[in-house]
Structures are given as C-alpha cells and as structure tokens.
Design a protein around this ligand. Structure first.
Ligand code: 5GP
Length: 194
C-alpha cells in the first residue's frame, strides 16, 4: 500500500535493528482517514470472503480491526490483556510473549462472542515474531470458528512471524512488508497479489 509505505518512510523512526516507531500516525496518535483506508484495503485484499467477525488484541490493533469491520459491515472483537472484573462469563484464553515489552501475558475473549458458526479474519498493527497472532489463532481454534486469514498493517519480514503462521496453514497478508531497516533507510518488499 503505497501511501502507507510513504508515511513509514517520512514519519517512521527506527529505534533499534528490530523496532520501528510509527506513533505519530498509526498506533498512538492515529490518522483516522488512513486507518479507514487501511480497513478498505483489507477488504480489497481478502475480497468477498464470508467474514462474520474481525478479531484483534488490545490496544494498537483496535483501530484497524474497527476499520476492517466497517468495510465488511461486521463486528470486531478485541482480546483483552487483563481479565476485567466485568468479564465474569467464561473466556477463551491463550498465552502470549510480548516482543516489545519482553514479558508474558494472557489474552482472553468472552465465549459469548465467538463460536463454531463464525468465520474470522484476524487483524493487527504489526507482525514481528507472530506471538500475538498465534495467540489469537489459538483462541479462534478453541472456539471452533473458522480462521479465514490474518492481515497486518506492517510486517517486519526479517522476523519469523510470517513463517510461523504459514507453517500453521494460515494465509497472511501485510499492507507494508519491511525487508530491512536502519536509521534513515527503510526497504520494502513488493506485495504479491493474493
Ligand atoms: P509479535 O507478537 O508479532 O512479535 O508482535 C506483537 C505486537 O508487538 C504487535 O502487535 C505490536 O503491537 C508490537 N510490535 C512488534 N514489533 C513492533 C515494532 O517494531 N514497533 C511497534 N511500535 N510495535 C511493535
């Protein structure tokens, strides 16, 4: 997605060999027009699949899951990282190791909102090690729903996330695929047609 690649080149800050900061437009301050455009792009890329729910994990996947939900006219659900006191009913949950925070946590969603009749697209902001997305895929499996694919806004292709998901037979699509990065320099892989 050209406009996204341009924004990453212009505004992205490389914090280390592996961490890209995009919080001026993607995941702290959010460019709402761009977020909606990203949702429409996911709708284009995955096409007329019979999606019933979009799934993401809080917090920085929410705006893109909502945008994809708007594009598909379906609800989105975000997995919670801490069990809220209001979440009194039964939950599906899975362990995740956070790449950016270097800590382990559990994600959970209420069993009321996902079940065997659902067809799910998982959406997130970044694909890095793939741990968060594998956790979400685990939750989809527990619920008996069908996972149609995973969409992420930015993939760091030099990390192992994509191969981990593809080994599990999951279709992955990223709107910007970074092959390498260094201060002042970001290289992208041209996106294949799905
Ligand atoms: P993963 O589980 O694929 O390693 O990454 C999970 C989460 O870590 C992503 O959803 C994202 O929130 C965060 N993350 C991973 N890599 C980066 C990065 O380079 N920059 C930022 N801002 N967040 C990242």
């Amino acid at each position: 997605m050209k406009v996204l690649e341009e924004r990453i080149r212009e505004e992205g800050r490389i914090l280390s060999d592996t961490v890209l900061k995009v919080d001026s437009f993607l995941n702290h301050q959010v460019d709402t027009g761009l977020a909606l455009q990203i949702g429409r792009e996911f709708r284009e890329v995955f096409g007329d699949l019979p999606v019933t729910k979009i799934l993401t994990v809080e917090a920085s996947g929410i705006q893109f899951a909502m945008a994809a939900g708007i594009a598909y006219k379906v609800p989105f659900i975000y997995a919670k990282k801490k069990k809220a006191v209001t979440l009194s009913e039964s939950v599906y949950s899975a362990p995740v190791h956070s790449f950016t925070r270097q800590e382990d946590y559990r994600i959970s969603i209420s069993q009321n909102y996902l079940g065997p009749d659902d067809k799910v697209l998982i959406i997130d902001d970044f694909l890095a090690t793939g741990a968060a997305l594998v956790g979400l895929a685990d939750i989809v499996e527990q619920s008996g729903a069908q996972l149609l694919g995973v969409g992420c806004v930015i993939e760091k292709s030099f990390q192992e996330g994509r191969s981990l998901l593809e080994k599990k037979g999951i279709a992955v699509h990223a709107l910007a695929r970074i092959s390498s990065m260094a201060p002042g320099e970001v290289h992208f892989i041209a996106n294949e047609e799905m």
